[in-house]
Design a binder for this molecule. Structure first.
Ligand code: SF4
Ligand code: SF4
Ligand code: SF4
Length: 389
């Protein structure tokens, strides 16, 4: 195994879990759940000395019989973050972790049971209270159309307890999951420009047909939209803007609710981190610029997104994301690491691209800059989905 000095080393100590969440990648993969062996864990820490060791992946870390020992060893040279579903004995690790993320999407026990199958709200709430007495705790919320309505109550509940909250959009592995979400991939600025210019065209529903037919006024408006979008350094996908009006309404409502949540969190004095609801090329950054992800079988991937082969649904199309295993050579990692650090320079953003519905590159995680693998549709990079790192 090669070695590398890192800011963040994320280790999936197990891919086994006592929950069966509806939106988890584990519902969509072909891997067999397994535990990372303690001796391999020690070897990983040796080969990848890091400021921060993050213990979680696609599995529940507290299921691992050696998790206490692992957290202890990691804490000798690094800050330790652990993320749990909050259902098991959190006391086992509290002496060794600096920060504990506890996943909780709702304070409605019925909703929670339905989405995070096998969860018990009372058990998780009890563990949150115990943990917050001893370490920094943050609640990790996956945002969906079904739980956003209750979000303000959730923040008040967290505020009463005095714990911080971090919200992420869900990462859709299927069309059905995509429909559960509240985000859109295109940028807000292109939507604003489109709305501002299109209002001058009386037959909005026919706009693109009229452009295709060469109707003079339609072509003129089309040209003006593109001119303004380009002036501000964007691209635009007018068809997707027109087709996704209902989703845009959801997204705009979500932004308002998040603003309300922000005010509530400030009144309680707790921190609230929330995701981008609209994608924006200009904000893109790879959260793993200085980090890697190690799977429960000891294999090394550049990030969570590339850890396992899985289906995905984004920008109106299905795709297959192939796992990227760095292997025994650091050559690929060095090259890819360079691209991760300068994402905007090396990889396009497909969220505003007019070709995305028909682009054959994206179906296989490639892109038009000749990258394979490509991060051109990565929701983590657009801060739509947030990694707890
Ligand atoms: S608790 Fe986490 S790892 Fe377990 S099924 Fe749910 S999302 Fe997946
Ligand atoms: S897919 Fe996303 S998280 Fe992974 S390396 Fe690319 S930008 Fe980073
Ligand atoms: S990869 Fe395809 S969809 Fe993405 S920016 Fe390039 S042409 Fe557009």
């Amino acid at each position: 195994m090669f070695s590398l000095s890192l800011e963040i080393l994320q280790v999936e100590v197990t891919s086994k879990c006592n929950f069966n969440c509806k939106y988890c990648l584990r519902q969509f993969w072909r891997s067999s759940p397994r535990d990372l062996r303690l001796e391999i864990f020690e070897k990983i820490l040796e080969n990848f000395p890091s400021k921060k060791v993050v213990l979680y992946g696609f599995g529940e870390p507290l299921v691992h019989e050696n998790i206490r020992k692992m957290a202890k060893i990691a804490s000798e040279n690094s800050e330790v973050v652990l993320v749990t579903n909050g259902s098991l004995e959190v006391e086992r690790v509290l002496n060794y972790v600096d920060f504990l993320g506890i996943s909780l999407d709702s304070i409605d026990p019925e909703f929670l049971k339905r989405v995070r199958v096998n969860s018990e709200f009372e058990v998780i709430a009890e563990n949150i209270k115990k943990a917050k007495e001893r370490v920094e705790v943050e609640l990790e919320v996956v945002l969906m159309q079904d739980n956003i309505k209750e979000l303000t109550n959730f923040i008040k509940w967290a505020g009463d307890l005095g714990v911080d909250v971090s919200i992420s959009n869900l990462v859709p592995y299927s069309r059905e999951m995509y429909e559960m979400g509240v985000f859109v991939e295109f940028s807000k600025r292109t939507l604003e420009i489109y709305r501002d210019v299109i209002k001058e065209y009386p037959k909005k529903d026919r706009f693109l047909i009229d452009v295709a037919l060469g109707v003079k006024d339609a072509v003129e408006i089309y040209r003006r939209i593109w001119e303004r979008v380009r002036e501000e350094g964007y691209s635009i996908n007018i068809l997707r803007l027109m087709e996704n009006e209902r989703r845009v309404k959801f997204a705009e409502r979500a932004e308002k609710i998040l603003e309300e949540c922000k005010e509530i969190s400030e009144s309680f004095g707790i921190k609230l981190h929330f995701p981008q609801i609209f994608g924006d090329d200009k904000l893109r950054e790879c959260p793993y610029e200085e980090g890697i992800f190690v799977r429960a079988d000891g294999k090394v991937a550049p990030c969570m997104e590339f850890a396992y082969t899985h289906p995905a649904y984004i920008n109106g199309h299905e795709k297959k994301v192939e796992e990227v295993i760095i292997g025994n050579s650091s050559e690929f990692e060095m090259e890819f690491q360079k691209k991760k650090r300068k994402l905007k320079e090396f990889m396009p953003w497909c969220g505003d691209c007019s070709y995305v519905t028909f682009c054959w590159y994206v179906e296989e995680s490639r892109d038009c800059y000749a990258n394979k693998p490509s991060c051109s549709e990565c929701l983590y990079s657009a801060k739509i989905s947030r990694c707890i790192l």
